[in-house]
Design a protein around this ligand. Structure first.
Ligand SMILES: [Fe+2]
Length: 236
């Protein structure tokens, strides 16, 4: 039986970006878009821009911690992508990182993020400090895009009085990436986990007598090994 699915070219060229009135509608349309193997960057950026942030839509993914930003899984698009809400307390930042050859879109939901882009470290000049390409600040409802062929980057909440929530779309999904030392260009591979999934707190992994959580991309904690251990049981 012949498929009635239209081609990716028709889908992205003839269909106007629909009006998106809430986060559920955005997810529904993202799932439609990524039934195609092609990633049309301009279309996805326009789609994310079409949704206007409403805290009622995403408050169940909004979780903050004192010492690190949190990663909260919103949707996996049937395995095609990861849609993740990142919640940044005042002044929190990521380390410089790559994106494992995936496309990375960021839709700002609340507050501000400062993005600083870097060139990949030079293989011919090891031990050099990393070259800064530029930086910019984005605010509510802004959309940005990056992939590894463009640059590396780090992000931070520049405010010391307001929190930030950003929605990150990674296509295809990935669970590890590289973080870089700005002074030397040295990198380490780190594994990422979620603070919550679908609005539910993620359970810690037990490892011997220690409770282990994998914390990554965090400039404040353990980026060299990507692990932090906490003695179990922990006081309440
Ligand atoms: Fe990133």
């Amino acid at each position: 039986m012949a498929s009635t699915k239209i081609s990716a070219e028709e889908y992205f060229s003839e269909k106007n970006v629909p009006a998106i009135s809430n986060l559920d509608e955005l997810i529904k349309e993202l799932r439609n878009v990524f039934e195609y193997d092609e990633v049309n960057v301009d279309y996805v950026k326009a789609l994310l821009s079409s949704y206007k942030s409403n805290p009622e839509d995403w408050k169940k993914y909004s979780n903050f911690e004192t010492h690190r930003y949190t990663r909260n899984l919103v949707d996996t698009g049937n395995g095609k992508y990861n849609l993740i809400a990142l919640c940044w307390s005042e002044g929190q930042a990521s380390s410089i990182h790559s994106h494992s050859d995936s496309h990375c879109f960021v839709k700002m939901l609340d507050g501000q993020l400062k993005e600083t882009r870097y060139a990949w470290p030079s293989e011919s000049e090891p031990e050099n400090s990393m070259q800064k390409l530029g930086s910019g600040v984005c605010g509510k409802d802004d959309v940005t895009y990056i992939n590894d062929s463009q640059a590396l980057h780090c992000m931070e909440n520049p405010s010391h009085s307001d929190t930030t929530v950003s929605l990150h779309l990674y296509i295809p999904p990935f669970s590890s990436c590289k973080t870089f030392d700005e002074r030397t260009g040295h990198s380490v591979s780190v594994t990422m986990t979620f603070w919550s999934k679908y609005g539910e707190r993620t359970k810690f992994t037990m490892c011997g007598q220690h409770m282990v959580s994998v914390w990554t991309l965090d400039t404040n904690l353990s980026t060299q090994v990507g692990l932090r251990t906490t003695t179990w049981p922990r006081g309440s």
